[in-house]
Design a protein around this ligand. Sequence first.
Ligand SMILES: Cc1cc2nc3c(=O)[nH]c(=O)nc-3n(C[C@H](O)[C@H](O)[C@H](O)COP(=O)(O)O)c2cc1C
Length: 308
Amino acid sequence: MINDVKALRQAFGAYITGVTVVTALDENGVPVGFTANSFTSVSLDPPLLLVCPALKLSCYPVFAKAKRFAISILAEGQEHVSNIFASSKGDRFAQVDWHPDRQGVPIISNNAVSFSCAVENIVEAGDHAVLIGKIDAFTGSKSRGLGYMSGNYFSLALEQKVETQNKSGSDTYAGVITSFTDQVLLQETPDGLALPKVKLEQRTDSVRRSLIDHLKSANLQFDLGAVYSVFENKQDQTMYTYFLASNNDFDPAGLGKFVPIHTLHLLKFASSTEAQILSRFAKEHSSRHFNLYFGDEITGNLHDLKGK
Ligand SMILES: Cc1cc2nc3c(=O)[nH]c(=O)nc-3n(C[C@H](O)[C@H](O)[C@H](O)COP(=O)(O)O)c2cc1C
């Protein structure tokens, strides 16, 4: 008997998925949609796929009756679309670019891939249903799909870039933006506050692996999430990579102190780059809309890695 639903949700979250938006039209032709990562391919011949809508979704009654639905697999950079279709109470479609498929069902524009389906079957299973669709059209693009794991988005391109750059000969520092109940972990340094980070010595190792090993050896229980930000300091040839991290019961064990996120803008940081990263983090934290960093807040000798 499983009593701890939260732990079960976390266990399911370890399975790496993409992110989709599932759409349909209600009986008046009004579009509905929700974010789903429970998408699975089922069969090639006949072409079938499935997705699992929760019975409690406000749009579930529409899917329960729908004859058709569509799946848009989101591309890297479409985190905001995922967030809108997971939480927005307003008109979700007014906030994104979309176009109708041949039957009028909305497709999210600039997706990685989309599928138009006739409903083959819908079977209630516990607090969700299994919605099976027979694919009658699909479109592909060259965009990579957005990744999702343990409650965080990730970009395979960014993760790979970190590893490639790490092997390029620059010194590499890996830092963690660790949040815990609206607080973030910071360290005191003589020049001001700083994010905890370590210099990675063995450049043959993966940055992520080295950071996890380092945290483990310091007895720190982080859930390491996606790469959030990557910078190269051209002057000293140093790479800085920041990962999101969290823990529900975290004792910083001398590594620093937790500071309320809403006070971050009042504090003095040792590095202006870290101040900028945390300013963006604080903004995104208040809206709960996290984006991966591909580089906007570029200053002085810092540049982002996008497209390089
Ligand atoms: C990445 C991600 C994946 C999700 N996957 C599913 C899913 O597979 N099935 C589901 O029912 N809800 C899923 N959700 C949650 C729904 O999108 C969310 O509960 C829904 O949009 C709420 O709409 P409502 O407030 O109109 O009921 C997911 C949310 C996120 C952020």
